[in-house]
Design a protein around this ligand. Structure first.
Ligand SMILES: [Fe+2]
Length: 193
C-alpha cells in the first residue's frame, strides 16, 4: 500500500492498472474510469518527468518507457505542437492521459464493409479537446483515431493494454483510402494524409 506521504512507485501504478484491466474485461466504461483513477497517484509525482527510459516513438521523438512487461505498456510522450498524427488503428485499446497542454482527439468508426482493398469510409464519432487530468481513449472495434497537440508543451501518459498489431492502417478520411504500414514505421505524410 502507498502511504499518504509516500511516492506512488511505478510498480504500484502498474499493479493498479493491471487490476483495473482484469476487473473490467467486459466493461469499457469501467476500464476508462478505472484507468484514470488508478494512474492519478503516480501521475501526481513531482518527479514524474524525470522518470523512464527513452524509446523510439511511432510518431514522435520525445517518448519514454515508464513501464513495459511484454503486454501492458505505459509511456510518457511529448507531442510536437500542431503535428497531426493521422488516423490510424493498432488492434488494441489505447488510453491517453493529458499531463500538460491540450490535445484535440478525433475517433472514427469504419462504416464500409472492408471488402475493397485500399478503400475505407470513416465516420467521426468523437471530436473534442482534452485538457490535463482528462483521458482520451480508443477501444476496438472503434479504435481508429487521430490527434493533434494544441500547445507547445503538450505531454501525455499513454497506456496500451497489449501488443500493437504488427501492421497498422493509416487512413485518408477525405479520399476514403488507407495504406498499410509496419508498426513503428509511419508512412510519409503525403501517403497517409
Ligand atoms: Fe494510436
Amino acid at each position: 500500500m502507498v502511504g499518504t506521504n509516500a511516492l506512488c512507485s511505478i510498480r504500484d501504478c502498474a499493479s493498479a492498472v493491471v487490476d483495473v484491466i482484469e476487473r473490467n474485461a467486459d466493461d469499457d466504461a469501467g476500464l476508462r474510469a478505472g484507468l484514470l483513477e488508478a494512474t492519478q497517484p503516480f501521475l501526481g509525482r513531482p518527479d514524474l518527468f524525470s522518470l523512464g527510459v527513452k524509446r523510439p516513438g511511432n510518431h514522435i521523438d520525445n517518448s519514454k518507457y515508464i513501464y513495459y512487461d511484454g503486454e501492458l505498456s505505459m509511456t510518457l510522450d511529448q507531442l510536437p505542437h500542431g503535428m497531426v498524427v493521422p488516423p490510424h488503428d493498432h488492434g488494441i485499446w489505447e488510453a491517453l492521459v493529458i499531463l500538460k497542454g491540450r490535445l484535440r482527439h478525433v475517433v472514427y468508426d469504419r462504416i464500409d464493409d472492408g471488402t475493397v482493398a485500399g478503400h475505407a469510409d470513416l465516420e467521426t464519432i468523437e471530436d473534442r479537446v482534452y485538457v490535463p487530468g482528462e483521458m482520451a481513449m480508443v477501444i476496438p472495434p472503434a479504435e481508429i483515431h487521430s490527434f493533434t497537440a494544441l500547445e507547445e508543451e503538450t505531454f501525455i501518459f499513454t497506456i496500451v493494454g497489449g501488443n500493437y498489431s504488427p501492421t497498422r492502417h493509416y487512413y485518408n478520411v477525405d479520399k476514403k483510402t488507407y495504406v498499410v504500414a509496419q508498426a513503428g514505421k509511419q508512412p510519409k505524410t503525403s501517403e497517409a494524409a
